[in-house]
Design a protein around this ligand. Structure first.
Ligand SMILES: NC(=O)c1ccc[n+]([C@@H]2O[C@H](COP(=O)([O-])OP(=O)(O)OC[C@H]3O[C@@H](n4cnc5c(N)ncnc54)[C@H](O)[C@@H]3O)[C@@H](O)[C@H]2O)c1
Length: 352
């Protein structure tokens, strides 16, 4: 990767996660700039330059130009993403629109000739949308990464390596705890379910679930893109993976709980938190805090995307993995709808 801002990027969707100013006082393990958002991530990397930003809201476009034109002198603002793609012809597009507004933009971006896509999570809110996004990027070999942030985190990467090295023997069970008012399935639960799949190291085979009270008839997605937590349920859900790993998603709304993942193997266990993990293989509990970023990984996501653009292969958070997560979420809804029954995959969302 060259150090000369070789790759041009555009960003569509300019709320905080799209274009938020970095917290220059924070020490988040990735240097001076806190690259938790898209524009700051490109600013932090020496080989990317943001040339265009777009939002339907004119004030957000103007704010972004004001904040970032010093960093990116040629930066232009747009209200129409198609016009931005046509004018700027970016190498990379960041899609940072609401949860249910990713698909058309990704499909149009591929058509316009972008070489890489960094798309927010969840990939979509219906499998039909996810499938047309995947079909588009695969038809032109355009790498896409979905911002399930934890995949780039030091703790999760170290834990994954330990699992792959059989440090606790064969992984058998995962219990994931997630609570509080934003323990909602699509917008936030997607992170936790994605990490569960990543740790399980397999594809989901079937699920069953009970949604939170008041959401008994919740099918299909009825949210507003993720802002209003009342429009999405929490859930207690069981996932059976093809490799036999069993996972329990303990993710109801309500009181905050201590979040994390308990991993039980044949020879030991781990408990994984955001910035450290505990490991016990029979010789007492070790508490380990790996060095490196613990929460905000957008620059790492872009670096990984560019690496795949240059060398081929698959991003750390590929779209088919994000589709597995969406299938689990929709499977939970389908289970509830049919009386909390087992839902075998592949899920036919049109038959639910
Ligand atoms: N990875 C993370 O940790 C993280 C954190 C926060 C949000 N997100 C994700 O980022 C995305 C955006 O979240 P949000 O809370 O900012 O959503 P939001 O709905 O509040 O804002 C989205 C922005 O996109 C704009 N937009 C929508 N459609 C557009 C279009 N066709 N053209 C141009 N602009 C358009 C809207 O005007 C709005 O300003 C969501 O998918 C969300 O899940 C991820």
């Amino acid at each position: 990767m060259a150090d000369d801002r070789t790759y041009t990027a555009c960003v569509v969707g300019l709320s905080g996660i799209g274009a938020g100013r970095p917290n220059v006082d924070g020490d988040h393990g990735m240097g001076h700039v806190m690259p938790n958002c898209h524009v700051p991530a490109y600013a932090q990397l020496p080989f990317t330059e943001v040339v265009g930003v777009c939002d339907l809201k004119e004030d957000l476009v103007q704010d972004t130009l004001k904040d970032w034109s010093g960093t990116f002198p040629g930066l232009r603002g747009f209200a129409d993403y198609r016009e931005m793609l046509e004018t700027c012809k970016p190498d990379i597009l960041s899609v940072v629109t609401s949860d249910h507004r990713h698909a058309d933009i990704v499909v149009d971006a591929v058509e316009a000739g972008v070489r890489g896509i960094y798309c927010e999570k969840p990939i979509a809110t219906s499998l039909a949308d996810a499938d047309r996004m995947i079909a588009a990027v695969e038809s032109r070999n355009v790498p896409m990464t979905i911002n399930h942030t934890r995949r780039w985190g030091a703790v999760y990467r170290e834990v994954k390596k330990l699992l792959d090295d059989s440090a606790i023997g064969a992984l058998k069970r995962i219990v994931l705890n997630f609570g509080g008012p934003r323990a909602i399935l699509f917008r936030n639960g997607t992170h936790m379910i994605d990490m569960t799949c990543f740790l399980a190291g397999s594809e989901p085979a079937w699920v069953f679930a009970e949604l939170d009270e008041g959401y008994e008839d919740y099918w299909p997605y009825q949210g507003d893109g993720g802002r209003n937590a009342d429009l999405e349920p929490g859930c207690s859900g069981f996932i059976h993976f093809k490799n036999g790993v069993r996972a329990f998603y303990n993710g109801s709304k309500g009181r905050e709980c201590r979040g994390g993942y308990q991993l039980d193997g044949t020879d030991g266990w781990m408990f994984v938190y955001e910035d450290y993990y505990e490991l016990d293989t029979g010789n007492g509990i070790q508490t380990i805090a790996p060095k490196g970023p613990t929460h905000y990984y957008s620059a790492a996501a872009v670096r990984d995307l560019v690496h795949v653009m240059e060398h081929g292969g698959e991003t750390i958070s590929p779209p088919r993995a994000a589709r597995d997560t969406l299938e689990i979420i929709l499977g939970f809804l389908a289970s509830q709808k049919h009386g909390n029954v087992r839902i075998d995959f592949p899920l036919d969302e049109h038959a639910v």
